[in-house]
Design a protein around this ligand. Structure first.
Ligand SMILES: NC(=O)c1ccc[n+]([C@@H]2O[C@H](COP(=O)([O-])OP(=O)(O)OC[C@H]3O[C@@H](n4cnc5c(N)ncnc54)[C@H](O)[C@@H]3O)[C@@H](O)[C@H]2O)c1
Length: 265
């Protein structure tokens, strides 16, 4: 398979499941895992056909599965389907998330808060639980959670998102302790701003909430990172590939920043 990107790791014979992979970072992760040889279940609440077709067109192996990460039954069904097709899941990437609402806590609707926590945190737990039921007894399996740079700091107007991502770090550390002796690794990636539909939506929300323009917010966020630019989704993918592979065999419970220096601890 040749997509012009350099090879970093080989994942032949591995089965991966990526959530929220119809677009944005998740789609890039699914394509990256397939490029390195993994069989990839591309899952989302949106149609995943374009991503599946692109993987297959490049010689990779993929299946599209409709999966709402907040549905306990839906999660169980999706993992059962993958196991039936290819065997147990070796690599889970919990990527699905909501970036909204964009509002001060004093104006926050309870429904919006709960929806974000349900997708970003409960969805991560449900998928990880289903994965661990297949991974236990299979050392070398890995779970990669996509959090955010705001898992390590606060951000006005984004309390639900920020709280959910901090919680994902706590869940990651707990899971790492629970699974380390089984040879299973659980890590988190904390990206800075990456240009995706998610970023567009939240920048529009911030512009409205802060009485400025989307261009103004984009400039502020671009220049707040020492590298002075947004992160390319492929830079997040490279770290995920490293974490998915045996090259990171001693890493578990980590929260790796891919933020161009925006956060450093
Ligand atoms: N884009 C950024 O700047 C940025 C920065 C830091 C972290 N992140 C994180 O990276 C991940 C991907 O972000 P993105 O920018 O690609 O987002 P995106 O909004 O472009 O894509 C998210 C995907 O998740 C799916 N999704 C939403 N609810 C779902 C549900 N209940 N079940 C299954 N899928 C669901 C959406 O349909 C969408 O395809 C998220 O975890 C996000 O928090 C993004």
């Amino acid at each position: 398979m040749n997509t012009g990107r350099r090879t970093i790791v080989r994942l032949e014979g591995r089965t991966a499941l990526v959530t929220g992979a119809a677009q944005g970072i998740g789609a890039h992760i699914a394509e990256g895992l397939a490029r390195e040889g993994a069989r990839v279940a591309v899952t989302d609440i949106q149609p995943t056909d374009p991503v599946v077709e692109s993987i297959r067109a490049n010689g990779g192996t993929a299946v599209g599965i409709h999966l709402d990460v907040t549905s306990e039954v839906g999660v169980a069904d999706a993992f059962a389907r993958v196991e039936e097709l290819w065997g147990p899941v070796d690599i889970l990437v919990n990527n699905a998330a909501l970036g909204t609402p964009v509002a001060l806590v004093r104006d926050l609707e309870l429904d919006a808060w709960e929806r974000t926590l349900k997708v970003n945190l409960t969805g991560t737990m449900l998928c990880t639980r289903a994965a661990l039921r297949q991974m236990t007894g299979r050392p070398g399996s890995t779970v990669i959670n996509i959090a955010s740079n705001v898992a390590k700091r606060g951000l006005p107007h984004r309390s639900a998102y920020v709280a959910s991502k901090w919680a994902v770090l706590g869940l990651t550390q707990t899971l790492a302790l629970e699974t380390a002796l089984d040879g299973i690794r659980v890590n988190t990636v904390c990206p800075g701003p990456v240009e995706t539909p998610h970023l567009d939506e939240v920048m529009r929300g911030h512009a409205e909430a802060e009485g400025t323009t989307v261009e103004g917010i984009a400039e502020q966020w671009r220049t707040s990172a020492p590298i002075g630019r947004f992160i390319d989704a492929r830079e997040v993918v490279d770290v995920c590939l490293f974490l998915a592979s045996d090259a990171s065999s001693a890493l578990t419970g980590e929260a790796i920043n891919v933020s161009g220096g925006l956060v450093m601890s």
